[in-house]
Design a protein around this ligand. Sequence first.
Ligand code: G6P
Length: 624
Amino acid sequence: MCGITGYIGDNKTTDILIDGLRRLEYRGYDSCGIAVVDAKNRLYLKRVSGRVDALDKLVAADPAKGAHSGVGHTRWATHGAPSEDNAHPHTDCSSEVVVVHNGIIENYLDLKDKLLAAGHKFKSETDTEVIPHLIEEKLKSLHVQEKAVRSDMLEPVFFEAFRRAVADLKGSFAIAVVWARCPGMVLAARLHSPLVIGLGKGENFIASDVSAFLKHTKRVVFMNDGEMAAVKKDGVDFYTFQGKKTAREAVTIQWDSTMAEKGGYKHFMLKEIHEQAEAVENTLRGRLLPLGGDILKAEMGLSAEAMKAFSSVQFIACGTAYHAALVGRCLFENFGIPAYADVASEFTDRAKLMAPNTLVMAISQSGETADTLFAVREAKASGAKVLSITNTVGSTLTRESDYVLYTHCGPEIGVASTKAFLGQLAAIYLLGGHFAAVRGRLPGGDARRYAEDLLKIPRLIEETLEKETEIAKVADGFAASEHFLFISRHINYPIALEGALKIKEISYVHAEGYAAGEMKHGPIAIIYKGMPLLAVAPSGRTLELMAGNIEEAKARGAEVIAIVDQASQKTVKASRYIVLPSTDELFTPMLTVIPLQIFAYYVALAKKCDIDKPRNLAKSVTVR
Ligand code: G6P
């Protein structure tokens, strides 16, 4: 949550900071701001309650003069309501130290009490504001009086004051700070919140994620927890919180900056829905054949012997990734491998109760979701091995896992996850196939058929996407509805949950996803005449039961929109059908979710909702 940018160099600082914020808006967008040091070493600070566009206008109307360093922030409120006063950057009493922060300072009330007692005046309700005041206090303790410090001592003094302030902070934080008296250096620190440094030529960047500066540089250093960076125009030095210098290697990011642009689509979400065939193809490429071979060993050090030895699989994830986890559970169980799935925030005591030699599979697009990371740490503390499935190179999750399988979806910008979900499913099917093969659950021809069927999925996704106009029409017909039900069974039950989540996220209507068998135990009571009920009913072992559940819903007045294939359409009696290409029952979730995503998109479009930036949400949830 919250996006941070920082810049130092000779290009137009305010433009670079604002452009970076625009690309990070998916992380939070209730307020934003920038601060730069101008040519006369004065602090220039602009903040708005609202979006980056509003900030841009404000800055254009009163531009900064000659700035070469600064920081920016787009916020998802935790402490203090979204308002201009609570927007970052925050300053100290002298308005010389200015800070942007992502995370939560857990001991801020204690620190604030002490700072108030020392005479500091606070202007916001945020936890963040303690940081600039604390740095100011540390500067005082280093005897920094008005203009009294020798100019060659400004950088070491600033660094030391920052280091001491950071040492007092508890919680999670990514921080970037400038001091107006020392404009040649921006300082940064990271603990449990992502922060990455972009290395340019004669300019350097700081951001919560690489997409903020990809168009300027692809050479990056992902900061470690407990690390600080002194970022200057011509170089960046890294230190521990104790002030010991560390050597860091830069890596080159493969993503292209145009991947994070809309490319002619009205919304990122729609563009990303259309990128799903590619996301699956890229995630499967070169990793499938032969199943059970050495492919996973070569890529992530996971040997066939290890795959055989795990007693069970425990999935943990949040949000949409949790729905991928539920599909994973069904898939692994289908292969006779004991599997469990929990939302990371409810994993709690489970970590200690896992069977010996359980493999934990953590799924996270961002690799930064706080609850998922916390659950992973608990699992590791209990002795489990962790395999993570993520889309984000260098993310915290990758560094805390024993094995990492990357989905290759490219950047996902829409807050409502679509292509990342398909990438996660592809990774799960890939792992499921390898695990099943080494454990003798996909003998001979079965393994080959499994791989071949899976490799056909990208083409079937393309075919499914051709139904967009038809699905849009159905969605239009229900755009005024305030309640939606989604039902299915077995491996498509998670898809019913995902369909309901998608429409809730972007249309703000009431929607529930249910295991169809549970309808009679309560939810059927809420059905009224004309209520839209989306039933996911492809061919397979649960079809007859689904057909019965659909009849029961219709008898109570539901308008049933059935997601079927040609064969299952004959069994299901619905008011409307969306007919998908056929595939093996096991793989249907990769197709059935697509009409539900498109349906949610067009309901939201008809309701004129802000599809890529839904209210109250943020893409990366880095607080618990
Ligand atoms: C947020 C996003 C969801 C996402 C979830 C988990 O709630 O809005 O789209 O599914 O976080 O995110 P992760 O990055 O861990 O997959």
